[in-house]
Design a protein around this ligand. Structure first.
Ligand code: TXA
Ligand code: MG
Length: 344
């Protein structure tokens, strides 16, 4: 199959909407990462998403809408909880996904057999237009091959899915750079399953108590069921062995410089650059978690493009605000390997 790169003009977005209406797949920009969209109400189209990505069948998809009224119009949710109304008012459209009891129209293929559905109203104008022009809810996971970092540019999508899907809309680089925040509203208090651009602090400000799922910061214990099935997979892992290093500047510089060789790379902050020998990838300023989120996946992909790199040391991010999402993705890239330099 030939994969065309469409522009973000109305004319081209309409072509993409036609593909979706006809049961096909489209790589689409959102403010978080690129998605691989299909008609959420068409089980065959949804199964094609799983095939193109090589995604395990037990990992459910997010349903994207371009207007809150579509939840009722398409019977996507059994009911809209009060918490959902508060969050929609504050954070939609935006990088927040809410899990609610699913409505009768949602195929089992989308929810992977669960009785809940994940809903998101993205703020990216191209995503909104695509959904509106198609006139359908759009199921979309991140548009990467399963196991590689989520794509934040159309080139990332091409690299993973060229020849497997008919079209990608070029909407430039994604602003947030990490996938949406996922919160489940099917229990009380609501629980954060995946941190992202909308922070735990913002959610607590809006709702009061919000629990933090164990899998956000820790490796799931053997045999424990993941609340969010995606959390049990070792996501975002580059081929090189990644280790997160906890500790102050001096300990970090001493350790990485003592272990410096040509197959080793360091992921660090802009401010660290002058003090580190050898290969380094900069995430942005130490105090700017949003910039670190924006760059992380591109850095992981760049590392993967260099087969010489076999070992990576990464600075441990500050886990406040969006930093919690950066840390959550980075510990998965590191297979949960964190070394505390104070203990050496
Ligand atoms: O920012 C994003 O959320 C992007 C863009 C394209 O919108 N999408 C995305 O989709 O990251 P995906 O499929 O890569 O991640 C969806 C996550 C997975 O961890 C999945 O297990 C979880 O949401 N999820 C989906 N439906 C769920 C449900 N009913 N219950 C619990 N977790 C669910
Ligand atoms: Mg994904």
């Amino acid at each position: 199959m030939n994969t065309v790169l469409l522009k973000d003009t109305d004319e081209d977005i309409k072509k993409a909407a036609e593909i979706i209406k006809n049961g096909g797949l489209v790589g689409m920009p959102t403010e978080t990462v690129y998605g691989l969209g299909a008609n959420a109400l068409n089980p065959k189209a949804v199964l094609d998403i799983f095939k193109a990505k090589g995604r395990p069948a037990d990992n459910p998809l997010i349903v994207h809408i371009s207007d809150v009224s579509q939840i009722e119009k398409f019977s996507l949710a059994e009911e809209i909880p009060e918490y959902a109304k508060i969050l929609a008012e504050k954070f939609w459209p935006g990088p927040l996904t809410m899990i609610v009891k699913k409505g009768k129209a949602v195929p089992d293929e989308v929810s992977a057999g669960l009785d809940t559905v994940a809903l998101r109203f993205p703020s990216h104008p191209v995503a909104q237009k695509l959904i509106s022009f198609a006139g359908l809810p759009v199921a979309a996971p991140s548009a990467n091959l399963s196991g590689s970092p989520s794509p934040t540019t159309p080139q990332h999508v091409m690299r993973d899915l060229k020849g497997k899907i008919p079209a990608i809309i070029d909407g430039g680089i994604c602003n947030v750079g990490l996938e949406s925040t996922v919160i489940t509203l099917t229990e009380n208090p609501p629980r954060l399953l995946r941190p992202g651009g909308i922070t735990l602090e913002q959610l607590r400000d809006a709702l009061g108590e919000v629990a933090l799922d164990d899998a956000v910061l820790h490796k799931l214990k053997e045999g424990r069921r993941a609340a969010s099935p995606g959390m049990k997979y070792k996501h975002y892992a580059p081929k090189a062995n990644v280790t997160i290093l906890k500790g102050g500047n001096r300990d970090f510089y001493d350790f990485v410089n003592a272990n410096s060789h040509s197959n080793r790379a360091v992921i660090c902050y802009d401010e660290d650059a002058p003090f580190i020998k050898g290969n380094k990838f900069l995430l942005g300023s130490k105090s700017d978690s949003a910039q670190q989120a924006h760059r992380l996946f591109d850095v992981l992909r760049q590392i993967d493009l260099n087969p010489e790199i076999t070992a990576v040391y990464a600075r441990c991010p500050d886990i406040n605000g969006v930093g919690l999402a950066v840390y959550n993705r980075l510990i998965r890239a590191a297979g949960f390997e964190v070394k505390d330099l104070a203990e050496i």
